[in-house]
Design a protein around this ligand. Structure first.
Ligand code: GDG
Length: 501
């Protein structure tokens, strides 16, 4: 079938017309709607819809499918009897919208969250999958909790399905074992999973004491998706070397114990149309004016970085490159301002506390070394920024820096291109992001190579307007075509083809 560009509507139509009588289930750690008490007395409850790529892409799928989204209930009012039924289900979206699908919540204790989420997912698997030379901490008690929580989720999904036909789409590294548990109990299910972070090579993966269990768990899927082909290839290698599974490299199919898993790249993206429209709005222009004054940008060149504060994002390297840039190019002192925006994240974990401290120290050092009374080379914005402020920053920025040491995709790079309704702006992008595969018109860097990185900052500052526009036009065309709906649509339609076999 020849398909025109993917949109929210075409994704909705695909699911509505092709799902048949199967129940559609999405499983993710984070939930699409959170209930929280607004007052201590517990009288009032408000519901929020956390904005993010994942919920934006899968919400239309769920609305069309009318199925069930299974997720950890993280809000303090999530299990209030006024909200959920006896199976911990609530229909969403909440009024005044018409409810379209069920959200089934899984309850976790504090110690479950500590072992499963903070522990095994974020201190074992996260560093294992990212090449940042941060050793994973493989604690056995975390592993046991991870197994237990994956079982809870599997039980919840199986209870939801009962004896119906179902298609299940599992999200991310929190659930490496879930699909296997599902198939053990019900081999007739169609199950797919998308892994949002890189997949390591064999040398790294074999350091994990439970590598066999993890890969066996993932081979419970009929379809296993990663952002780019390199991660798929690493996964195929690991299946062969860790388990001795049979690999059909041409079709990227793994056969193990009589079951097959197809392994495919599905590069995630952003909702280009929506970001493009929002970025052009009057209130963004007003915010740009405000920021221009606040940051004293008249006659200056602005660079931005906007990341979740994570050691994978290469923020210290970015600051070291800025240091070298100002060192080598004194004529730009007083003329270039760099805003580092982004919220602290996973702050209960020591490695994250340390990276936060290191970033603060490097920023202070830069401002002490080069700052004058009226000019600071780097400005930190650690407050929660509204979408309007984020658009305004992207639109004001002459260049945006994404310098991850390793990153599955990196949506900041794509958001920068989507926001540039004016067609200008330069993206400096790490080669070690999934986004670098598509965004060849960025200035590609190795973030460890501080000398070249500093040189690329100079190149971005000095790039002629015609070249900036040519490159941005190409990047915007790519993000517009390969949008978030294409990611969800191609994955869901492949799963449905598998179901139909
Ligand atoms: C994982 C993978 C993959 C950042 N600071 C603020 C803020 N943000 C927003 C960005 C962007 C999102 O957070 C971060 O997305 P990334 O893709 O960069 O990274 P991860 O969180 O590491 O996500 C990654 C992704 O999954 C999807 O598959 O691309 O490789 O690691 O949207 O704009 N948003 C707000 N304030 C901030 O200060 N509001």
């Amino acid at each position: 079938m020849v398909r025109t560009r993917w949109s929210k509507d075409s994704l909705y139509n695909l699911v509505e017309t092709e799902l048949g009588d199967s129940l559609f289930i999405v499983v993710s750690n984070r939930e699409p709607y959170v209930h929280a008490y607004t007052s201590e007395s517990g009288q009032q409850i408000k519901v929020t819809h956390p904005v993010g790529g994942l919920t934006e892409a899968l919400d239309p799928v769920m609305r069309a499918a009318g199925g069930t989204w299974v997720a950890w209930g993280s809000g303090d009012a999530d299990f209030d009897e006024k909200i959920v039924d006896k199976d911990q289900r609530v229909m969403v979206p909440p009024p005044p919208e018409e409810s379209r699908y069920a959200l089934r919540r899984v309850k976790l204790t504090e110690s479950d969250v500590a072992g499963f989420y903070l522990g095994f997912a974020n201190e074992s698997l996260w560093p294992l999958c990212h090449v940042t030379f941060t050793p994973p901490d493989y604690r056995e008690d975390w592993w046991h909790t991870y197994q237990k929580v994956n079982r809870y989720f599997a039980d919840s999904v199986l209870r939801e399905i009962g004896n119906r036909k179902a298609v299940v789409l599992v999200q991310d590294y929190h659930f490496a074992l879930l699909s296997h548990y599902l198939k053990e109990s019900n081999p007739d299910l169609t199950v797919g999973q998308f892994w949002h972070i890189p997949w390591p090579d064999y040398e790294a993966f074999r350091t994990c004491p439970w590598n066999e269990e993890i890969i066996t768990g993932m081979l419970g899927n009929d379809l296993m998706g990663f952002h780019i082909r390199d991660f798929c290839n690493n996964f195929l290698d690991n299946a062969a070397r860790v388990l001795g599974a049979e690999i059909d490299r041409e079709n990227a199919i793994i056969t193990y114990r009589g079951n097959t898993t197809e392994v495919r790249p599905f590069p995630i993206s952003v909702d280009f149309d929506s970001l493009n429209t929002q970025a052009g709005m009057e209130e963004v222009e007003q915010e740009m004016e405000k920021l221009r004054k606040e940051l004293d940008l008249d006659g200056k060149c602005l660079g931005v970085g906007m990341d979740r504060m994570d050691y994978t994002k290469g923020i210290p390297e970015r600051l070291m490159a800025l240091d070298k840039f100002f060192e080598d190019n004194p004529e730009y002192r007083g003329k270039v301002v760099f805003v580092q925006a982004g919220m602290p994240s996973r702050t209960q974990i020591d490695t994250y506390k340390q990276i936060g401290q290191r970033i603060d120290d490097l920023m202070d050092g830069l401002n002490e070394k080069y700052g004058t009374g009226s000019w600071k080379p780097v400005v930190a914005m650690t407050r929660q920024l509204s979408p309007v402020t984020l658009h305004a920053l992207r639109r004001l920025a002459n260049f945006c820096v994404v310098s991850s040491l390793h990153d599955g995709m990196n949506l900041v790079a794509k958001e920068y291109a989507a926001s540039r309704v004016d067609g200008d702006g330069v993206l400096i992008l790490s080669k070690f992001t999934g986004a670098a595969v598509e965004m060849k018109d960025s200035l590609l860097i190795n973030p460890y190579d501080i000398g070249d990185f500093a040189f690329k900052i100079k190149e971005a500052v000095e790039m002629p307007e015609s070249e900036r526009r040519r490159r941005m036009k190409n990047m915007r065309a790519i993000v517009s075509e390969n949008n978030i709906y294409k990611w969800a649509g191609t994955m869901v339609s492949r799963l449905m083809e598998i179901t139909g076999k």
